[in-house]
Write a protein that binds this ligand. Structure first.
Ligand SMILES: [Zn+2]
Length: 135
């Protein structure tokens, strides 16, 4: 199975999945999946079997949804990235910040939902790359 890259077009904001560099599906701007760094995201299966996608935000910018047990690679330039996940009315998240640098260019995270009394919350957890599902 090929890796899926999740790209956000810097020109028009269109979010799309790609398997390699190519034009934005909306405005045609070239999108380069070969960035120096990346965040690899895996959504863990959850017991409620929620079919709804979890919406991913990076530095407040929407990066589309991730389905149950789906994994995505988000190529990014070096920098600091705050990650946030929402689903419907559930907007509580631990909002981790990851620094992508030449020393630490590749961050793997797992996302899961923690059921709560008032509302559910999302936990984004950095994990060792060897624990990620092999795509
Ligand atoms: Zn575009």
């Amino acid at each position: 199975m090929a890796r899926t890259f999740r790209m956000r077009c810097p020109s028009c904001g269109n979010v799309q999945n790609m398997i390699a560099s190519g034009p934005c599906g909306k405005c045609g701007a070239p999108l380069n999946t070969e960035q120096p760094a990346a965040i690899s995201v895996y959504r863990m299966g959850n017991f409620m079997g929620m079919a709804n996608g979890f919406g991913i935000y990076i530095n407040e910018q929407p990066y589309g949804a991730i389905g149950n047990k789906e994994s995505l690679v988000i190529p990014l330039p070096y920098g600091d990235y705050k990650m946030h996940v929402v689903c419907g009315m559930n907007r509580k998240c631990n909002d981790p910040v990851f620094r992508l640098s030449p020393e630490d260019p590749y961050v793997c995270v797992k996302v899961h939902m923690k059921p709560g009394f008032i509302q559910n919350s999302f936990i984004i957890e950095r994990v060792d790359p060897s624990t990620m599902p092999q795509g």
